[in-house]
Design a protein around this ligand. Structure first.
Ligand code: FAD
Length: 427
């Protein structure tokens, strides 16, 4: 490790949080070396856009929010194809397949990886279910969706990622079945009345819903009547559901949650709960290590607890906060309250074809909270109110489902207005 390496600020992960940390470091005056460790050899991509790429609504290039020219202006030393394999907090060093690198300050911004919790071992041959996060995942999904011999897809999971995968399948003309362990779709993001309206939309697009069930067994079997000479598939997947039903699919996509990418952190060296626990400047339990994005557990405004809120805006704001705080410290100053992370609020928007869902805030209905439902011909809005100690109440969450997805429509205006109302009430 040479002298130049000693001076570097290291950023592990070249995604939204990592890029925004680098932008803030430069904006707030840090002129030294910023060394970014990326486990890919591409520009930073947006996981949000992967389903649109697979579904044919975005081109490959459109999945990369920053141009090479914009990134070049940051004067970063990007170490590509170089996953950090171990972080030596005491020794201020990162271990990688390309050698060891020293750091003065380090930002962990490594995001998360899809998990297939509960997906059974496939019998009768090997099969890896489809997942969605990285561009490689998107390429594989795109290949499957462009393959005319793939006609039926089983989507397992009912979260936002599952529904985005489902939409990509519908846009490619596939026949889709969704299996979810909970009684409704939009796990943890919607109350039943909103989810039901969304489900009616899905049924209208021909989606088969198998809710309150899981996949009990999967077997790779020969496809009846398949002719290898016609270039089609000679296999399919026989799925047994937990209720005992059996059906056949060409592919299975699994969205059973995400796991933070923290395997390179030695247990006991940093405070980890579900993710890295950080203060209002994104600093972990080690004063020289910061964390931002899906890998950070920062203050969530409505509960007041430290939680992972895995959305793009948070990753960007937390990355910016970490970069700014480090620039300040390296200039010999204390980070100011103005640069502190103001806390996060969960927000989601998803449209499957013409069915729109927008939510923000909490979906936890405690005995003190009150739910109000307003329903019109084309829209259902659920409001969650919480009493205030001084009297009156504040809006802490909402769900909106609309049967039309039109930019600039009343539904989008209402969603934006309610989100602002929650933010204003919490800050
Ligand atoms: C399909 C999908 C749809 C989504 N839709 C939305 C949406 O509509 N709205 C929204 O707000 N959010 C959405 N999200 C969530 C959003 O994409 C994330 O919250 C955001 O990208 C998090 O940014 P990040 O920088 O923390 O992680 P990432 O963007 O994942 O970046 C982390 C990077 O670090 C790399 N890395 C991992 N380990 C290492 C290592 N050891 N060394 C070096 N590099 C490493 C990763 O490969 C990755 O490139 C979606 C996510 C998915 C998967």
């Amino acid at each position: 490790m040479n002298e130049q390496q000693q001076a570097a600020v290291a950023i592990i992960g070249y995604g939204t949080a990592g890029v925004n940390a680098a932008i803030a470091l430069r904006r707030f005056g840090y002129a030294g070396v910023i060394r970014v460790f990326s486990d890919t050899n591409t520009l930073p991509y947006s996981p949000i856009l992967t389903s649109y790429y697979a579904g044919g609504q975005k081109t490959y290039d459109e999945c990369f929010p920053w141009s090479a020219e914009e990134l070049a202006e940051l004067d970063l030393e990007v170490v590509q194809d170089c996953p950090v394999t171990s972080l030596d907090v005491a020794g201020h060093a990162l271990h990688t397949p390309k050698g060891d690198f020293a750091y003065s300050k380090c930002v962990i911004a490594t995001g998360a990886t899809p998990m297939c919790y509960g997906f059974p071992q496939v019998e009768g041959g090997s099969y890896e279910p489809l997942v969605l996060r990285s561009m490689d995942d998107a390429e594989r999904l795109k290949g499957v969706l462009e393959d005319d011999s793939c006609k039926r897809v089983l989507v397992s999971g009912a979260s936002m990622v599952a529904l985005k995968t489902l939409e990509a399948c519908l846009n490619r003309g596939k026949q889709v079945t969704l299996v979810g362990m909970n009684p409704h779709v939009l796990d943890f993001n919607a109350l039943p009345q909103a989810a039901e309206r969304f489900e009616r939309g899905l049924l209208g697009y021909g989606v088969e819903l198998r809710l309150g069930q899981t996949i009990a067994a999967v077997e790779r079997v020969a496809r009846e009547g398949a002719d290898a000479a016609d270039g089609g598939r000679d296999w399919q997947l026989k799925v047994t559901f937990s209720g005992g039903d059996v059906d056949y699919f060409d592919e299975i996509s699994v969205s059973h949650g995400m796991k933070c990418n923290l395997d390179f952190v030695e247990p006991g060296t940093l405070e980890i709960d579900r993710a890295l626990v950080v203060d209002e400047f994104m600093c972990t339990s080690d004063p020289d290590v910061y964390a931002a994005g899906d890998v950070a557990q920062a203050t969530e405004l409505i509960s007041g607890q430290k939680r992972i809120v895995g959305i793009w805006k948070n990753a960007a704001l937390q990355g910016e906060c970490a970069g700014r705080a480090i620039a300040c410290e390296l200039a010999g100053a204390e980070p100011t309250a103005e640069g502190a992370f103001k806390g996060s609020i969960s927000m989601n928007t998803i449209a499957v074809k013409d069915t729109l869902f927008i939510s923000a805030g909490t979906m936890e209905v405690t005995p003190e909270r009150r739910v109000e439902v307003r329903e019109t011909d084309d829209m259902t809005v659920l409001y969650i109110f919480e009493p205030l100690p001084e009297g009156g109440e504040r809006l802490v969450g909402f769900n909106l489902v609309c049967d039309h997805d039109e930019e600039g429509s009343r539904a989008y205006d209402t969603g934006a207005m309610l989100t602002l109302r929650i933010e204003a009430a919490c800050r």
